[in-house]
Ligand binder design. Structure first.
Ligand SMILES: Cc1cc2nc3c(=O)[nH]c(=O)nc-3n(C[C@H](O)[C@H](O)[C@H](O)COP(=O)(O)OP(=O)(O)OC[C@H]3O[C@@H](n4cnc5c(N)ncnc54)[C@H](O)[C@@H]3O)c2cc1C
Length: 407
């Protein structure tokens, strides 16, 4: 294992941090307090600057105009970008587009590449990923009620989806629908590209999350697909491979999320330490001299460090041994890092007192926005069940062998 940062990547990280501090942090008050759509000109301006600096699309292959970084290098950049809720969007590596780019890159036909992948990678359009449904457990994505039925040279899609992040303003959705109801449970669904101006694609509303419905990129859509007809060639990848493709999308996606969370930890921790040092409390002494605060700071520092190394190790393992070999590490980081991030944010807020819950700092936004981290991309409990099942299987097999070999 070697996480050594090359000179080139070090320069990239420093340039990214500098850009965030100068151009992006000042935009956060607008992002938190006003309609997202009103800041689209600012988004465009910053993205042009990022492209000029050749920092666009860290994970996007070079032939599509990105930087083509390795997973570990992208993880390091994601950590820096994660310190601002706008970082990923302005550098062209935001969810859910990043995951959609990955699967389009792997499965799109030449026509699909031209129509969807190229403008998406360039940041000219946005997309959403429409898998989960309100009526069925999203934690078990093999269960879907949405159907796509072949009618001549078209797919006819019917179903109810929710939490399709960033659907508002997206050019197209990648929809997971049952195409082969009689097939094995892992081969029943397919992915289909649905342009959002197709009749029958009905964005019902942006779901209010923690008091905010949001708009445009900063939203989570509830969608009805009602006799929504798209050409047969909009199938993405082989028919019946929806579940397999969804799994592929989630592996590197978890590295991106977890490293973004480490970025949030770093920023919150930094704010906590600054506030503790400058805030004078009873007795005329700074908060930082109180033992309980010192304990929080020491614990947070150690936990962030441990979480960061775990994520980098998982990224390194995916990069060198593949996603399958790293499946335990991918599960571990998902349920290990999110609670640490939530604890660090919570303590940073506590140290800030009333200021911490006001919208004058980014902490309150992190607090309400990131609670969902323990739910999306597989709730904590599912990852724990999967991991422990895998660990215990080895013990079961060993004990069975011992029993069989007894005279
Ligand atoms: C902010 C946000 C963004 C999202 N973005 C998208 C998106 O872009 N596209 C999309 O398709 N979906 C998206 N989702 C949906 C997300 O993937 C699902 O919410 C998630 O998979 C959990 O499904 P569920 O909400 O139906 O919870 P359920 O499946 O109903 O589970 C509820 C709870 O039960 C527990 N649980 C579940 N299974 C087990 C088990 N096996 N053992 C023990 N306990 C268990 C867990 O605590 C879980 O939180 C998003 C969700 C959120 C909150």
């Amino acid at each position: 294992m070697n996480f050594e940062i090359s000179e080139k990547v070090q320069v990239i990280l420093e340039m990214t941090q500098e850009f965030l501090e100068k151009e992006v942090y000042p935009l956060e008050a607008h992002f938190v307090g006003r309609k997202f759509r009103d800041m689209l000109p600012e988004v465009k301006r910053c993205r042009e600057m990022v492209k000029k600096m050749e920092l666009w699309g860290p994970q996007i292959p070079k032939e599509l105009g990105g930087m083509g970084l390795s997973l570990v290098d992208h993880a390091l950049m994601t950590e820096v970008l994660g310190s601002s809720p706008l970082g990923h969007l302005l550098f062209g590596c935001q969810a859910p587009d990043a995951g959609n780019i990955e699967i389009l890159e792997k499965y799109a036909t030449p026509e699909q590449r031209e129509e969807y992948l190229v403008p998406l990678a360039n940041g000219d359009i946005r997309s959403c990923f429409s898998m989960c449904e309100p009526e069925l457990a999203g934690s078990n994505p093999t269960e879907l009620a949405t159907t796509a039925v072949r009618d001549g040279d078209q797919w006819v899609i019917n179903g109810h989806k929710w939490f399709s992040s960033a659907a508002d303003g997206s050019k197209f959705a990648i929809v997971m629908a049952v195409t082969d109801p009689e097939a094995h449970v892992y081969q029943r669904a397919s992915m289909i590209i649905v342009p959002t101006d197709t009749p029958g694609f009905n964005l019902i509303l942006n779901i209010s999350v923690m008091g905010h419905a949001g708009d445009d990129y900063a939203s989570h859509g509830e969608i009805m697909y009602q006799n929504c007809r798209v050409p047969a060639e909009n199938l993405l990848g082989p028919q019946g491979h929806g579940f397999i493709i969804a799994q592929e999308r989630l592996g590197p996606g978890r590295i991106h999320h977890c490293m973004r969370w480490i970025g949030i930890c770093n920023r919150s921790f930094d704010m906590m330490c600054k506030r503790a040092t400058e805030r004078i409390v009873g007795g005329g002494k700074p908060l930082a001299q109180k033992q309980i605060i010192q304990e929080w700071i020491a614990e947070c520092r150690a936990e962030i460090h441990a979480a960061r190394l775990m994520v980098l190790h998982a990224a390194w393992k995916i990069q060198h041994e593949g996603q399958y070999a790293a499946r335990e590490e991918i599960s571990m980081i998902k349920f290990f890092v999110a609670p640490i991030m939530l604890k660090v944010i919570d303590r940073a807020i506590q140290v800030h007192g009333a200021l911490g819950v006001s919208d004058d700092t980014i902490l309150s936004f992190f607090y309400r926005q990131e609670r969902a981290s323990r739910i999306y991309d597989g709730p904590d409990e599912v990852h724990k069940v999967v991991l422990s099942r895998r660990v215990l299987r080895d013990y079961r097999e060993e004990i069975s062998k011992q029993r069989l070999s007894r005279p």
